[in-house]
Design a protein. Structure first.
Lengths: 286, 342
């Protein structure tokens, strides 16, 4: 159970990086997520999919420590992180981006990334006032880590620009750089392709693949089925807050429970029509 | 003070310009007493500097961290009364009582923060407003310690200040002016360092969005607590100067009216800027003093001026200047782009 090989930087592909056991949260009477047990393998891309209102974002907010679960446990790198505060979860090696381009638009691209590195630095108010060696070291280190992160996402040349002046895709990259600057083992992307045109989506997919090739584990919530099916190594399907399927794309897309969930919700929303086509039609070719 | 070297060389150049601007302002301010100004002018100067320090303290929380603290004058009062009580009743030297007052305000700020930061936004402001009122009432009712309604009378000037002033051929009022100026310089330096640091960037992140800051890995609660401590410590620091300067303390100086005056000065000067907390008090305090002759009618002039200021410079006067600068930069950038396209 306690996998001791996990927890250091180099995870062999496929070993378990994160595991949730019986995870659930209730908002009043509503079970937004209920009794989910699943694993996220290291060094791969895991996609969390499901019809609207399936609890995907809530699930994300649970594992990233943003919400506290009412039941269950979250084991990350062999350690129980269920009760950790959000910033402590980040410190343990998990960073996230948001659905929308949630970044500091009025700050420079570089400063955004530097903020992401804060969790790795210790300099506090006294260091700032006395301008201690630690302050100078942390400042330099933040700058270096931020530039490295910006280079990884390919926007180092825009370091000095206000983040709000970047394109939609550029802003997504700023958000990813902010997350990467914390040196995560696991990167959580909440609908990375939302608001992107097809070209931007393709270049974003390439970026995600590159990051994973570099040893990072990526988990994403995504609506665009074409993206999920061609990108993900591992898929987790949620419906009404519960896990209804888990496995490789080809396997999941043939799962009757998944088809039923998407067809069942087809009547309620247009967007899922696409999803159904993707899940049933495209997947065999993927 | 803080280097902005690296990717943003334009920013670094602007910063250096800013540093020299500050040096120039403080050198000019330091020259004022040498021209033998009237006591009235020096008094205005000292008052502006005390208000400016208060505004700098409030700016740490409101301008940088995005939290509106309405107990600010309470800590000003605590700082002032601590100095007053320790020097008058315990016979301490001001030079010892002053840092003790600052430390006490920092600790009390921490205690307030531990409770108050469980609330957010308006609730935080209202909660701290309540605390501010309570601080004023405690000072007003605790006769044995604070002199209650009678106040504290006869607080002496700092030991050696008069001798020192006379020694260099200046009056005591000039000595106080320099004391306030040095305190203000230390305050600006501390705030600039805090703002320009790894810590300060995290405060800006919290102001920009608490949830985002938390997800980016920032310990929001701890950073808010430290910001609160810096803010209240600066208020106490200003209070210490005030106590020895006026020599008399009443509880009103610790009340919400004082807090709102500082808030007004800060808003007028420019929230979240380094120059705003100085510009605001300098202009508005001078204005209120020059309108004093109108007595009850002064607000007929003051009010509309304030409305105009809010209408045309909602970011404050420092903000107005920064906006103009940003527009110039934008014009330069788009001009370049246009040239590239052509």
């Amino acid at each position: 159970m306690l996998d001791s090989s996990v927890g250091t930087g180099s995870n062999s592909v496929g070993t378990e990086l994160l595991r949730v056991e019986g995870l659930g949260i209730r908002f009043g009477g509503l079970h937004a997520v209920k009794d989910v047990t699943a694993t996220i393998p290291a060094g791969q891309i895991t996609a969390i999919i499901g019809p609207n209102g399936a609890g995907k974002s809530t699930f994300f907010n649970l594992i990233s420590g943003f919400y506290k679960p009412t039941t269950g446990r979250i084991i990350f790198g062999g350690e129980d992180i269920t009760r950790l505060k959000t910033h402590e979860v980040v410190a343990s090696g998990m960073a996230r981006t948001f659905q929308t381009t949630t970044i500091y638009k009025e700050l420079s691209v570089l400063e955004n990334a530097m903020i992401g590195h804060r969790v790795r630095t210790r300099a506090g108010l006294l260091d700032a006032l006395l301008r201690t060696g630690r302050e100078r070291k942390d400042e330099q280190e933040s700058r270096d880590a931020a530039l490295t992160a910006l280079t990884r996402v390919g926007i180092a040349a825009h370091a000095g620009r206000p983040a709000g002046a970047m394109t939609q895709e550029g802003q997504k990259r700023v958000g990813i750089a902010m997350a990467l600057a914390s040196n995560p083992k696991l990167l959580l992307l909440d609908e990375p392709a939302a608001g992107m045109n097809p070209e931007e989506t393709v270049s974003l997919m390439a970026l995600i693949r590159e990051l994973v090739a570099g040893g990072l584990t990526v988990t994403l919530v995504e609506h665009k089925m074409s993206l999920v099916m061609s990108l993900a190594d591992h898929i987790l399907v949620l419906h009404h807050g519960q896990k209804i399927s888990e496995g490789v794309p080809a396997q999941v897309s043939r799962d009757p429970a998944v088809i039923e969930a998407y067809l069942g919700s087809h009547a309620h929303g247009g967007q899922m029509g696409q999803a159904t086509v993707a899940a049933t039609g495209e997947a065999p070719h993927a | 003070m803080l280097s902005n070297a690296g990717a943003n060389s334009a920013g670094a150049a602007r910063f250096k310009l800013g540093t020299w601007g500050w040096v120039a302002v403080f050198v000019l301010a330091a020259l004022v007493p040498l021209f033998g100004p009237s006591g009235y002018l020096l008094d205005i100067g000292v008052n502006i500097m005390i208000y400016a320090m208060l505004a700098y303290g409030m700016n740490v929380l409101l301008g940088y961290t995005g939290q509106l603290p309405l107990a600010h004058a309470g800590f000003f009062g605590i700082g002032a009364y601590t100095v007053g009580i320790l020097t008058l009743k315990a016979g301490w030297s001001f030079w010892l009582a002053w840092p003790v007052a600052v430390a006490l305000c920092a600790v009390l700020g921490l205690l307030l923060g531990l409770v108050a930061f469980r609330t957010k936004g308006d609730a935080f402001s209202i909660f701290t407003l309540g605390v501010g009122v309570i601080i004023m009432l405690v000072i007003n009712k605790w006769d044995a310690l604070t002199g209650g309604n009678e106040g504290l009378n006869g607080i002496n000037p700092p030991a050696g200040l008069e001798a020192l002033s006379k020694g260099v051929g200046l009056k005591l009022s000039a000595g106080f002016y320099y004391l306030a100026l040095i305190a203000l310089i230390l305050t600006v330096l501390a705030v600039a360092r805090a703002r320009g640091s790894v810590f300060g960037r995290s405060l800006i992140a919290i102001r920009g969005g608490e949830d985002l800051a938390r997800s980016a890995g920032i310990d929001v609660f701890t950073h808010k607590l430290r910001a609160m401590m810096l803010s209240t410590a600066i208020a106490g620091f200003a209070g210490g100067v005030y106590a020895v300067y006026v020599g008399f303390l009443g509880s009103a100086s610790a009340g919400p009216a004082m807090t709102f005056t500082v808030l007004l000065y800060l808003l007028a000067g420019g929230l979240g800027t380094l120059a705003g907390p100085l510009i605001g008090p300098a202009l508005l305090y001078t204005l209120t003093q020059s309108l004093k002759g109108l007595q009850d009618y002064q607000y007929i002039v003051f009010g509309p001026l304030l409305v105009l200021l809010i209408m045309f410079a909602p970011q404050g006067l420092a903000g107005l200047w920064m906006k103009a600068q940003a527009r110039r930069e934008l014009a330069a950038v788009t001009g370049k782009k246009g040239a590239e396209r052509a």
